[in-house]
Design a protein around this ligand. Structure first.
Ligand code: ADP
Ligand code: MG
Length: 688
C-alpha cells in the first residue's frame, strides 16, 4: 500500500500555510505525494563555473566575482544602484532595479558568487536578473544544481524548493518501491526513494539523469500495463452475437435533410459489423473538424439501443456535451429513444432521479462530461461507450467509463490525428475508421492574416457579413485583463466592441468562468441568432456547431497552438455560405508562432496540420508534460522517449501474459500497483 501519510493533505508539510496551499492547489498538488512527484521542469547549473566573459553569448553565467565600484543612475524614486564587478576574464555591471539595499551587501573589494544572465550593450556587459551570495553563507544556492519547478502565482522557486525539501526529509523514507524488481527494463535504476531525492536535489547531473530515466520508465511501464491489460482482456473475451436490425437508424437517416457521405457510410458499416461480432468493439473514429463524426456516433448508438442496451456519450466540455444532448433529443426522442444529460453542475435534486432512472434502465442514451464516470453513476446495462474528442481525456478516464459496463463496446472519436507509430503503441488493439471527405457543398474557409494595428479593416469586413445576416466569433487568449501582459482580453474587448465598434449589433460574451447556466443561455442565443457576434475565449474551441456563423476572428493568433487554431477555424465553414477566418497577430513573434500562422494560411487539412505541428514542436522539452496533445503524462514524452516506451511495453506485456491473474478485479497486487502509480487517478480505481 502507498503509506497513508503520503496521501495526507499537503498542508501538513512544514512551510505550507493557507496561501501556499491555495497556490499548490491550482497546480493540482493536493497531497504530500503530489508534492513529491511535482518534478522539476529544468535545472540551473550552479555547479560548473562559467567565466564572466561567456555572458556575451547570452547563456547564464555562474562565477566568482570581485566588487570594484558602486554607481547610481536616475533620480528620486527611480534612483538605481549599479555595481561594477569583475573576474579574471571580464568586467560587468549589475543593475539593481528595486534592490538598492544590495549596496550594503556588495561591499567593494569583496568576492561573491554570482549567477545571472547578461546582455552586451554599448560595450558593457550588463545584468538586471542575477543572484548573489557571499561564500560561506548558509543559504546554499551556489555550488549546486538548483531545480526549477512549474510555478503559479504566489509561488516562487525558493518556496517550492523549501517545502519539497522538507517533504522529502519528513516523508521521503516512506516511499515504497513499486516497480517489480524483476523487470529487465528496470534493472539498473535507483530505488524510488533515492530517485526522488535525486530528481529534486541532484548533486550531479548523472544523478539527475538516472532519476529522470527511472521515473520516465515507471510512468510508461504503468501506462503500458493498462494498455496490455485492456488488450489481453479484449482478445480473450467472448460474448453473444448481437442482432442489429437498424430500424431506428433507417428512420433517423430518412429524417435527415441530407444524405450520408461515403466515408460516413463506410465507418458506420464497420462499426455495425463490430457491434454484431462476438467480441467487444474497440474503434477509433478519426475525421477532420466538421466531417460529421457526431452523426455517425448517434447512429451507432441507435443500433445498440435497439438491442436493448444503454449508451454513454462523453464530451470534454459542458458546452459541447450540452449541444450533443440537445441534438440527440431533437433527433432521437421522437423515435422513442430516452436521452438524458449529466454534468458535474447538475443539482442534487435533478441528479438523484436521473441516476436512479439510469440504474433502472429508463434512460437509453446518457450524454455528459467526465461526470459520467463519477462513482455514483451506474448503468443497468451499458452496451456502448462513446468518447468525443478523446484526446481531451486521460487514457484512464476513458478506461473508467468502460469499466461501467460488462465489456461495453468502445467508440473513440478524434479530430486530432495521432501519428501512426504512437497509434500502434497506445491503441494497438483498436481498429481505426477514417472520415476523409467533408459533407458536400462546403466551401473552404478563406484565411487572412492581419497584423494588429489594422484591426479596423477586419472589423469593417465583419460588419458587412453581419449585415448579410451572418454571425461571427471573436476569440481572445485571456478572459480578463492581466497586470502582467498586454494581451487583449475577452471581457475588455467585449466592452470595447459593443460600445465603440459594433454599437448597433447584438453581442454576447462567453468564457469558462461564467456559470454553466449563463453559458447555456448565451450559446442558445447564438444558435438562435439573437446574438450576432460572440466574444469568447477558446471555450468554443471544441465541437461547437453553428452553421450560420461564417466569421472567425482570432486576436493574438500567435498565442494559440496549431491544433487550437485549426479547431477554432473549424467552427466556421459549416454551412453553405462562404466563410472567413482572420488571424490577427502582434509582432514581435517567435519563429514557431510565425510558422504556425503560415501553416494555417496554407493548409486546411487537419491531418497535415497535425503532422507539421509535431515537427515544429519537435521532441518536446524536459518537462514532458502535455506536448503530445492527446495523452497527459507527467514526465515522459511519447516522442522523445519512444525507445523507452517500447521497452516498457515489452516488460508490461510479458508481465500481463505471465500473470493473467493481474486481470482479475480482486487482484490486490494490481490494486496496489495502481494506487501507487502516479499518473492514475482515483476515479479509475472505482472500476478496478
Ligand atoms: P465533427 O464532430 O466531425 O467535427 P460534426 O459532427 O459537428 O463534425 O458535424 C458538422 C456539421 O455537419 C453538423 O451540423 C452536421 O449536422 C453536419 N453534417 C454531418 N453529416 C453531414 C452530411 N452527410 N451532409 C451534410 N451535413 C452533414
Ligand atoms: Mg465533433
Amino acid at each position: 500500500m502507498f503509506l497513508v501519510e503520503l496521501t495526507q493533505p499537503v498542508s501538513q508539510v512544514r512551510g505550507v500555510g493557507p496561501a501556499v496551499n491555495r497556490s499548490l492547489g491550482t497546480l493540482g498538488i493536493h497531497t504530500i505525494k503530489d508534492l513529491l512527484t511535482h518534478f522539476p521542469r529544468g535545472y540551473e547549473d550552479r555547479l560548473s563555473p562559467v567565466a564572466l566573459k561567456e555572458g556575451k553569448t547570452g547563456k547564464p553565467v555562474n562565477t566568482l566575482v570581485r566588487v570594484i565600484a558602486h554607481d547610481y543612475f536616475g533620480y528620486g524614486r527611480k534612483r538605481t544602484l549599479k555595481v561594477w564587478v569583475e573576474d579574471e576574464t571580464a568586467r560587468g555591471t549589475l543593475v539593481c532595479f528595486g534592490r538598492n539595499f544590495l549596496a550594503q551587501k556588495l561591499v567593494i573589494g569583496e568576492e561573491f558568487y554570482l549567477y545571472g544572465t547578461f546582455t552586451y550593450r554599448h560595450g558593457e556587459l550588463q545584468s538586471g536578473t542575477f543572484d548573489v551570495e557571499k561564500p560561506g553563507d548558509p543559504s546554499q544556492s551556489f555550488g549546486r544544481i538548483l531545480p526549477l519547478y512549474p510555478l503559479t502565482e504566489g509561488l516562487s522557486h525558493k518556496v517550492m524548493r523549501k517545502i519539497i525539501s522538507y517533504a522529502l526529509k519528513m516523508y521521503g523514507k516512506n516511499v515504497e518501491e513499486e516497480l517489480p524488481s524483476t523487470l529487465p527494463g528496470a534493472k539498473n535504476f535507483p530505488e524510488k526513494g533515492q530517485a526522488l531525492e535525486w530528481i529534486h536535489f541532484p548533486l550531479t547531473f548523472q544523478e539527475m539523469k538516472a532519476a529522470r530515466d527511472r521515473f520516465i520508465f515507471e510512468e510508461l511501464f504503468f501506462l503500458q500495463l493498462m494498455v496490455g491489460r485492456r488488450s489481453f482482456a479484449r482478445k480473450g473475451s467472448q460474448r453473444e452475437r448481437r442482432e442489429c436490425h437498424g430500424r431506428i437508424m433507417e428512420k433517423v437517416v430518412e429524417n435527415l435533410h441530407f444524405t450520408l457521405t461515403k466515408d460516413q457510410e463506410r465507418s458506420l458499416a464497420q462499426i455495425r459489423e463490430d457491434l454484431a461480432a462476438d467480441r467487444p468493439m474497440g474503434r477509433l473514429l478519426q475525421g477532420d473538424v466538421g466531417s460529421g463524426k457526431t452523426l455517425v456516433a448517434f447512429l451507432a448508438a441507435t443500433l445498440v439501443i435497439e438491442g436493448g442496451k444503454q449508451v454513454a456519450f462523453m464530451a470534454p466540455t459542458e458546452l459541447l456535451a450540452r449541444q450533443h444532448a440537445d441534438n440527440a433529443a431533437k433527433m432521437l426522442e421522437p423515435l422513442g429513444i430516452r436521452t438524458a444529460f449529466l454534468s458535474g453542475n447538475l443539482q442534487d435534486k435533478n441528479r438523484k432521479p436521473l441516476l436512479s432512472a439510469l440504474e433502472e434502465g429508463e434512460v437509453d442514451l446518457l450524454i455528459g462530461t467526465h461526470a459520467l464516470f463519477s462513482r455514483d453513476v451506474s448503468f443497468k446495462n451499458l452496451g456502448l461507450s462513446i468518447v468525443d474528442e478523446q484526446h481531451r481525456f486521460g487514457v484512464l478516464q476513458r478506461l473508467a467509463l468502460m469499466e461501467k459496463g460488462k465489456q461495453p463496446d468502445l467508440l473513440l472519436m478524434t479530430a486530432t490525428p495521432i501519428p501512426r507509430t504512437l497509434t500502434l503503441t497506445l491503441f494497438g488493439d483498436l481498429d481505426v475508421s477514417t472520415i476523409k471527405t467533408m459533407p458536400p457543398g462546403r466551401l473552404p474557409v478563406e484565411t487572412h492574416l492581419t497584423r494588429h494595428g489594422n484591426e479596423s479593416k477586419v472589423y469593417n469586413w465583419i460588419r458587412e457579413e453581419l449585415d448579410r445576416g451572418r454571425q461571427a466569433y471573436f476569440v481572445y487568449p485571456l478572459i480578463q485583463r492581466s497586470e502582467k501582459s498586454r494581451l487583449k482580453d475577452a471581457e475588455g474587448m467585449y466592452h470595447h466592441l459593443s460600445e465603440t465598434v459594433f454599437p448597433d449589433y447584438r453581442l454576447g460574451l462567453i468564457h469558462s468562468r461564467l456559470k454553466e447556466e449563463n453559458k447555456r443561455k448565451i450559446m442558445e442565443a447564438f444558435v438562435q441568432g439573437r446574438i450576432q457576434l460572440l466574444v469568447s475565449t477558446s471555450v468554443v474551441e471544441v465541437g461547437v456547431d453553428v452553421a450560420n456563423a461564417t466569421c472567425m476572428v482570432i486576436e493574438h493568433a500567435e498565442r494559440f497552438g496549431l491544433s487550437a487554431l485549426h479547431q477554432l477555424r473549424g467552427r466556421v465553414g459549416r454551412g453553405k455560405q462562404k466563410s472567413f477566418a482572420f488571424l490577427l497577430y502582434t509582432e514581435p513573434m517567435t519563429d514557431e508562432a510565425r510558422q504556425r500562422i503560415m501553416i494555417m494560411k496554407d493548409t486546411s487539412d487537419g491531418f497535415k496540420i497535425a503532422e507539421k505541428d509535431l515537427k515544429i514542436r519537435g521532441p518536446g522539452d524536459l518537462a514532458g508534460k502535455q506536448q503530445s496533445g492527446f495523452l497527459r503524462l507527467q514526465i515522459a514524452d511519447l516522442i522523445r522517449d519512444y525507445h523507452v516506451l517500447l521497452k516498457a511495453r515489452e516488460d508490461a506485456f510479458s508481465l500481463v501474459e505471465k500473470d493473467p491473474g493481474l486481470l482479475s478485479p480482486d487482484n490486490r497486487g494490481l490494486r496496489h500497483v495502481l494506487t501507487c502509480c502516479p499518473p492514475f487517478e482515483e476515479s479509475f480505481l472505482a472500476g478496478v
